[in-house]
Structures are given as structure tokens and as C-alpha cells.
Design a protein around this ligand. Structure first.
Ligand code: NDP
Ligand code: 2IT
Length: 451
């Protein structure tokens, strides 16, 4: 970065931190983008004069609301609901809803900011948003989850719509929660529209939306591996998480010939040196999605596996790591362990799973490394395909959706290569993804004036 770009970036960050004190995840997400795009902005000073990145980093609208609900014993609980509508330059706001005890404004803002860039990369017309609540679904009955979703939607419905803002799932929000949210939305509006994605197949959901983030991650990783003449065939893969993204990433990696040896949850991880197979995968699917159990039960069922409580998978030797749980789950020491264990590719399924220090180590070691906004974009892209199917009132086959998903992931890879190829021929996927996404959003914002 030249001196001018450096000065711009420093001034930008100090102002952002002063305006948004204590929002560390938000600062982290913005800083990563800033470092990629500052040289481009410095070469195009009208972007400085028109404060384009400054505007992207100031959400267009933030709604924060009370979510009161009653548990099965009749006790009243209060949670906090959020919707951060970051940017609508490219289309209606679009992004998931997260229910997790850790949810706060900083996490919502980082996710909405990331989503704006991710959605730009998908090639589809979608702006960026994120929402959620600090509601902890763990241990709640189905009836409690339903009442919570209904209360949450009773405020949210005023702020969303098929041409305004289209939420979907994220951590703690899967098909069941989308069903409850949709039911309440339809009841309040008295209209059946595609205002949420990830819907059930019988009522407007797209085939392959549940699989799309994990499958898209593997399609993207395949392209990365291809740049080094490799594929998933015969590779040892670490997956973290055991939720939606982790499950389908593991399934696709396995079907592409890899040996998936770990899965995790927030209590610990299982290590199965024999690798997953279809039967073991079906056990995990049933365990997590039907029984809502913990991953440690895998080690009781399969004696080939060990359960390591309180730990993350990253010290297990591997070729490829697919972090699919949550933000900042690969820290400096974890990255050092990956290097030591022979890992040569980290493709992110989660949003911002690697800390900046970890990314420095991963990239410094010459590994292939893709940021979540590029490699996990298949989920929201397929949400975009669900919106299209809803609009034209048609339902595409799984083959049609899969072909479009593959094309989109390949197009995102091409964009990363175009904007991220370094002088020595290596691809900096962080730079490529951020720059490609920024140029498109910035162009649309310039066209639309100072709004
Ligand atoms: P799920 O709720 O289905 O699964 C989340 C998984 O991650 C669970 O195994 C959970 O364990 C674990 N996890 C969550 N929080 C933590 C934590 N603080 N520490 C350790 N483990 C944790 O969510 P998804 O699979 O949908 O989402 C996973 C990641 O992928 C998130 O970063 C999300 O933003 C991202 N993503 C999701 C998309 C989607 O379409 N769903 C699209 C693109 C990105 P536990 O059960 O113990 O909480
Ligand atoms: O982080 C994400 O991209 C998602 N949770 C999916 C969002 C969506 O609208 O499908």
C-alpha cells in the first residue's frame, strides 16, 4: 500500500472506531475490506470525495426491538431483536437471521457488512442485511421456539417484504424457525409472498437451499484446489461445526472422495480417523436435526472416534480445513497448528471464522485461503434463486438449481482470480473477493447519487 492509501486507511479506521466504539467484530470486518480496497480508492479519489466506503460502513437502517415471550411454565422473558439493513444499492436487502446468546449489535453489523460484499459477488440482484436475536434456542421446547418466532416477527414484519428485505436462516435458524416466522408474517400481512427464503419445499422453498452453503463451499474449494492441480480425492479434511453448513460441506467433501475426520459443536469435537461415510453422516443428521443432540454422542456410537471436550479440531493433521461453525474460531495458535499439521487449504464456510492474526499465518505459509464472503456465498445465492422461482411462480429441479449454484461459485472464483492475482501468480482470494465486490457496489452507489 502506498503512503496515500495508508494514510486514507488509517484515517478511515480511526473515525470508524470512534463512531462505533466497542464493536470489535464490526471493526474487524471493515478493516479487512479496507486493507484490500484502500489502494484502489486511493487511485480513484472521487470515491474518497463521495465517501463511498464511509457510506457502506454506515448501515442504511438499523432496527432494534423488544421481543417478549412466555415460556412453557408461564414465565415472561425479554430478548432483543435486530435487523441491520446495510446496503440496497444492488437490490432488496437480503441476509440471514441468527438466534444465539452471543448476538449483539457488533455481530449484527459485521454480518450485514460482510453480506453486502458477499451478495455483490453472487452476480444476483441483492443488497445486504442481517438480523437476529440474543435468544438461545438451546434447551427450548418446540412450542417456546414457535412463540419466540411469532413475537420476533410481530415487530420485524413492518420492515421486510419481497421487494424490501428478504431474511433467511443462519445460526440457530433453520427450516423449522423459517416456517414459524413465515407463518406469522403471512398472518400479519394477509399475503403469501416470497419474503423469506429457506422455506419448506411444499410452500415455495427451493430445492437444494438446505444443501447450498455446504455444497457451494466445496464447489468453490474444488476450484481453488484446481489451481494447484489437486482435488478433494484422497484428501483428509477437517470440518468444524455440525449444523447446516458443516453437515452439507462434510457430505459433499465425502462424496468428492475426501476423508472427513472431524465435526464439532461449541462443547468440543469428534475425531474419527476412519472418516465419515454415508451411514455415519445420516447419524449426525438425525442427531443434530431431529434429536437436537450433542456431537459427543457420535463417539459413543462409533468406537473408531474420540471425543475431545473443550477443544477445536485444528490440531489434527489434514490437507484441507473447512471452518463451518462461527466467527473467530481459528485463532493464531490454531493457524499455527494447521501449518504444522500439513494443511494447505482453508476454505471458509462460516462468516469470518479466522482472526486477522490467523489469516496472516495461513497466507504467510502460502496456503490456499478463501474468505467466507466468497466461499460460503452459495447459500445466499440459492436464496436468490428461490426468490426468482417465487417471482415467476415456478419450481426448478434439483439439477437446474445445482447447475446454477456451480456456475455462480465458479464465477465467484473467476472474479477472485481476476482481482486477486498477485505478481508472483498466486491468488489472494481476500483481496480478489473484496475488490470485485466493492467495485460493483460502489459503481451502483455512484449511479444512484448521494442517498
Ligand atoms: P447452525 O446453527 O446450523 O450450526 C452452527 C454450528 O456451529 C453448530 O454446530 C454450533 O454448535 C456451532 N457453533 C455456533 N456458535 C458457536 C460458537 N460460539 N463456538 C463454537 N461453535 C459454535 O448454523 P449454520 O450452519 O447455518 O451456520 C454456521 C456458520 O455458517 C455461521 O458462521 C453462519 O453465519 C455461516 N453461514 C450460514 C449460511 C446458511 O445458509 N445457513 C450461509 C453462509 C454462512 P452448538 O450447537 O454447540 O451451538
Ligand atoms: O450468511 C449468509 O449468507 C446466510 N446466512 C444466508 C443468507 C440468505 O439470505 O440466504
Amino acid at each position: 500500500m502506498n503512503h496515500f492509501a495508508q494514510k486514507y486507511a488509517e484515517g478511515f479506521m480511526s473515525e470508524l472506531i470512534a463512531r462505533n466504539p466497542g464493536e470489535t467484530e464490526f471493526h474487524q470486518a471493515v478493516k479487512e475490506v479496507l486493507e484490500s480496497v484502500a489502494p484502489y480508492i486511493a487511485e480513484n479519489p472521487h470515491l474518497i470525495d463521495l465517501k463511498v466506503l464511509e457510506r457502506i460502513a454506515e448501515p442504511e437502517r438499523i432496527v432494534i426491538f423488544r421481543v417478549p415471550w412466555t415460556d412453557d411454565c408461564g414465565c415472561v422473558h425479554i430478548n432483543r431483536g435486530f435487523r441491520v439493513q446495510c446496503n440496497s444499492a444492488l437490490g432488496p436487502y437480503k441476509g440471514g437471521i441468527r438466534f444465539h446468546a452471543s448476538v449483539n449489535l457488533s455481530i449484527m453489523k459485521f454480518l450485514a457488512f460482510e453480506q453486502t460484499f458477499k451478495n455483490s459477488l453472487t452476480t444476483l440482484p441483492m443488497g445486504g442485511a442481517k438480523g437476529g436475536s440474543d435468544f438461545n434456542p438451546r434447551g427450548k421446547s418446540d412450542a417456546e421456539v414457535m412463540r419466540f418466532c411469532q413475537s420476533f416477527m410481530t415487530e420485524l414484519y413492518r420492515h421486510i417484504g419481497q421487494d424490501t428485505d428478504v431474511p433467511a436462516g443462519d445460526i440457530g435458524v433453520g427450516g423449522q424457525e423459517i416456517g414459524y416466522l413465515f407463518g406469522q408474517y403471512k398472518r400479519l400481512r394477509n399475503e403469501f409472498t416470497g419474503t423469506l427464503t429457506g422455506k419448506g419445499q411444499a410452500w415455495g422453498g427451493s430445492l437444494l437451499r438446505p444443501e447450498a452453503t455446504g455444497y457451494g463451499l466445496c464447489y468453490f474449494a474444488e476450484q481453488m484446489l484446481g489451481t494447484r492441480g489437486k482435488s478433494f480425492e484422497g484428501q483428509t479434511v477437517l470440518v468444524s461445526g455440525s449444523g447446516n453448513v458443516a453437515q452439507y460441506a462434510a457430505q459433499k467433501a465425502m462424496r468428492l472422495g475426501a476423508k472427513v475426520v472431524t465435526m464439532s459443536d461449541s462443547d468440543g469435537f469428534i475425531y474419527d480417523p476412519d472418516g465419515l461415510d454415508e451411514e455415519k453422516w445420516a447419524f449426525i443428521f438425525e442427531l443434530k436435526n431431529i434429536r437436537r443432540g450433542r456431537i459427543k454422542e457420535y463417539a459413543t456410537k462409533y468406537p473408531s472416534a474420540t471425543y475431545l471436550p473443550g477443544e477445536r479440531p485444528w490440531r489434527i493433521p489434514c490437507d484441507i480445513a473447512l471452518p463451518c461453525a462461527t466467527q473467530n474460531e481459528i485463532e493464531k495458535q490454531d493457524a499455527e497448528n494447521l501449518v504444522k499439521g500439513g494443511c494447505y487449504c482453508v476454505a471458509e464456510g462460516a462468516n469470518m471464522p479466522s482472526t486477522p492474526e490467523a489469516i496472516d499465518i495461513i497466507q504467510g505459509a502460502g496456503m490456499l485461503y478463501s474468505p467466507g464472503k466468497a466461499s460460503n456465498a452459495g447459500g445466499v445465492a440459492t436464496s436468490g434463486l428461490e426468490m426468482t422461482q417465487n417471482s415467476i411462480r415456478q419450481h426448478w429441479t434439483a439439477e437446474e438449481v445445482d447447475a446454477q449454484l456451480r456456475r455462480i461459485m465458479s464465477d465467484i472464483h473467476t472474479a477472485c482470480v481476476k482481482y486477486g492475482t498477485l505478481e508472483d501468480g498466486r491468488v489472494d482470494y481476500v483481496k480478489g473477493a473484496n475488490l470485485a465486490a466493492f467495485i460493483k457496489v460502489a459503481g451502483a452507489m455512484l449511479d444512484q447519487g448521494i442517498v
